[in-house]
Design a protein around this ligand. Structure first.
Ligand SMILES: Cc1cc2nc3c(=O)[nH]c(=O)nc-3n(C[C@H](O)[C@H](O)[C@H](O)COP(=O)(O)OP(=O)(O)OC[C@H]3O[C@@H](n4cnc5c(N)ncnc54)[C@H](O)[C@@H]3O)c2cc1C
Length: 425
């Protein structure tokens, strides 16, 4: 399929963006707004991808890495619970071993702090980038700035997280603690089992993640982008003035600059020009309940059980889980079922008629930082992937930073922490 009258001329576009998930489309949108000519390639524009099924949270408060001190011990316990929040397909372990090793190193106190500051630099400017994009594409009426609620069943878990909450406040995150009664007043549909809550003022959510991708793609086309369907197998730098994306059919799509935004599938494209990255799929699951029948105003994060419930316009979405099994293994929907069972326990009145199950590939780096920046080999190739749990949240900001690189502007933040060079050895 080719859309927008496939390159009306044979001229080489300013930018070729590979990948039309939320991140690639945000890069294309920002470049188009700067007046660049843009071609977007995806192997399947309509097909399912991570950006279609996520929880819809603009989770700007998540400015600490997933790897925290002591997580390894907890993780080992979870691994022996077949439907717990974390699982590993042991066949995938040899491939994932370097990733896990690097993950463990990210929990080191100094590295933890550096990563958090780098995440906060992105998250603290999210709304400055996201709101103009939502306004331009007409997405403001499905954008809910109502905060989010983290809830705790036990005093111990709440106490254990105090250090992290205090640190988040230092990073600029606004939050306040809620009593059991206040939790009930905020969200009466929750079972009365939560002893502590944390209200996150700046978290927000959208109404329909797939709808957002469709809207952004339509706007990118309206702004003049050419869309080409094709599976890119490698990058080719032989023409120093115009690198090419080479597709499985041998077609070479050239651009003055190429942006790699292929989510969890990006490592092989970086490797094709000699750039190493540690990237794995952190597979997540959810179930969407179109006829849920309860009133929930905002996203709820269940702290001990590591899952969330978001009141999307298209239904209540209950999801979470981190499964390491690679890109090719079939989904294990028993995980969606397990999450739904938890959802029913804590939101007892939900109706699960018409439930839809889903699995997606979070593009996960071991340090929880995305890869944003030029290839060390050539400034003609720009990376924009690896956003893990925060791809929707950070998409517009990533697009703005990539547009700065394309235009040769100095961006407001230091891009060094996101460089692919950090994976050199
Ligand atoms: C269960 C779950 C819940 C989540 N909840 C949230 C949330 O609440 N908030 C949040 O911010 N984030 C959330 N995320 C994470 C977020 O969804 C991802 O970080 C984000 O969607 C990644 O976007 P992307 O554009 O990088 O990748 P994708 O959406 O995966 O897009 C990559 C695109 O590249 C294309 N592609 C891949 N390889 C090739 C190739 N070789 N050639 C051509 N095209 C190719 C694919 O077809 C796809 O269209 C969640 C993820 C999961 C799994």
């Amino acid at each position: 399929m080719t859309q927008n009258a496939r390159n009306a001329s044979t001229t080489i576009p300013d930018v070729v963006v590979i990948g039309a998930g939320i991140v690639g489309l945000a890069c294309a949108w920002s470049a188009l707004r700067d007046g660049a000519s843009v071609t977007v390639i995806d192997r399947d524009f309509e097909g399912d991808r991570t950006s279609h099924g996520n929880a819809g949270g603009i989770a700007v408060t998540e400015s600490t890495p997933i790897a925290v001190n002591g997580l390894y011990t907890k993780a080992l316990k979870w691994l022996f619970d077949p439907l717990g929040p974390l699982s590993l397909d042991w066949k995938h372990l040899p491939t994932a071993w370097p990733w896990f090793n690097a993950f463990r190193r990210s929990a080191n106190q100094q590295r933890f702090r550096e990563i958090s500051l780098a995440l906060a630099s992105l998250n603290n400017r999210v709304y400055d980038d996201l709101v103009p994009m939502f306004e331009d594409i007409g997405a403001m009426d499905r954008f809910y700035r109502r905060g989010a609620l983290t809830v705790y069943e036990t005093d111990e878990a709440f106490a254990a997280d105090q250090h992290e909450w205090a640190f988040k406040r230092e990073l600029g995150v606004r939050w306040h603690a809620l009593s059991a009664d206040e939790i009930r007043a905020y969200e009466p549909s929750l079972a009365p089992v939560f002893r502590h809550g944390v209200f996150l003022d700046d978290w927000s959510h959208i109404g329909d993640p797939k709808g957002l991708v469709t809207q952004l793609r339509a706007r990118v086309m309206q702004l003049g982008a050419t869309l080409i369907e094709g599976a890119v197998t490698a990058l080719d730098l032989s023409d120093t003035l115009a690198p090419a994306a080479v597709t499985g059919t041998g077609e070479r799509v050239k651009g003055r600059r190429v942006v790699v935004a292929t989510g969890a599938w990006s490592a092989s494209l970086a490797a094709s020009i000699g750039d190493r990255v540690l990237l794995d799929s952190e597979r997540g699951y959810n179930t969407t309940l179109p006829a849920h029948g309860i009133a929930l105003s905002r996203e709820v994060i269940f702290a001990e059980r590591k899952f969330v419930a978001t009141p999307l316009d298209i239904g209540l979405r209950i999801g979470g889980a981190a499964e390491f099994a690679g890109l090719a293994a079939p989904p294990n929907y028993r995980r969606s079922d397990a999450l739904l069972a938890l959802g029913k326990r804590f939101l007892p009145d939900i109706n699960d008629a018409g439930a839809v199950k889903w699995m997606g590939h979070r593009p996960a780096t071991p340090d929880s930082l995305p890869v944003i920046g030029c290839s060390p080999r050539t400034s003609a190739v720009i990376y924009a992937f690896g956003h893990g749990h925060l791809g929707l949240t950070q998409a517009a900001t990533t697009g703005a930073l990539v547009a700065d690189l394309l235009a040769g502007r100095t961006s407001g933040i230091d891009l060094e922490p996101y460089s692919i060079s950090r994976f050199r050895n």
